[in-house]
Write a new protein. Structure first.
Length: 223
């Protein structure tokens, strides 16, 4: 996905792949970095300690990942410290894609000691500040910037052969460049998830969002 995006001119963070049996000596030298499993869902393997700022921290987190999720390959991704955005699409190219209003993740209430990321704690630990203090808001992006993110997302939707709905996550570098973090081909349907919030920004009720996804699938299968 990263190579496809970059070939189209979409900015992406630096990234390094570590196989499950790779030596810790193969860790890259760019810091700060985010370590995460190459294959996972729901932020499994991404905790409040996943952002590392030195080789020693990276080694410790890599060791924890291998003990907790044995046999998993690991991605070391350049950590981008700026605002995080989401773009949601519903539909299919043959019948039209609906772009929902862009979302921004509001980390402003997090304690300063915690890295502003959507960690596993934000989705599974109710008494964590990551759960209680993070909010989702309508992104205050300039119209041309939001349009560019939507264009990138629609192109990737087509190029990657996605179906019915998807979410695209972006984050801003220290220099102000917005880069693609990841493509989610099956983002959560939860009524408190990002996609539901994006629909709400557009005045679309939760049940109508689900209906639109199902209608898109039925139209695709019928065709």
């Amino acid at each position: 996905m990263r190579l496809v995006a970059r070939a189209h001119g979409v900015a992406v963070p630096r990234e390094h792949f570590l196989s499950a049996d790779a030596s810790p000596d193969e860790l890259p030298d760019f810091f700060p970095a985010l370590l995460k499993p190459n294959q996972a869902d729901g932020s499994v393997g991404i905790t409040q300690d996943a952002v590392v700022r030195s080789r020693d921290e990276a080694r410790r987190y890599l060791r924890w990942l291998r003990e907790t999720l044995p046999g998993r390959d690991v991605l070391v991704q350049e950590y981008l410290p700026g605002p995080e955005y989401g773009i949601g699409l519903v539909g299919n190219p043959a019948h039209g894609l609906l772009a929902l209003p862009a979302l921004e993740v509001d980390f402003s209430r997090l304690p300063e000691r915690l890295a502003p990321i959507l960690s596993f704690e934000s989705k599974a630990i109710p008494d964590s500040p990551y759960w209680t203090e993070i909010r989702f808001a309508r992104a205050a992006l300039a119209p041309d910037v939001e349009a560019r993110l939507v264009d990138w997302s629609e192109w990737l939707f087509r190029r990657l052969g996605l179906r019915d709905y998807a979410r695209f996550d972006f984050r801003t570098s220290a220099g102000g460049e917005i880069a693609l973090l990841e493509v989610n081909p099956n983002p959560a349907w939860a009524n408190d998830g990002k996609l539901a919030f994006m629909a709400g920004f557009a005045g679309i009720a939760y049940r109508d969002l689900l209906r639109a996804i199902l209608d898109a699938a039925l139209a695709r299968v019928g065709a």
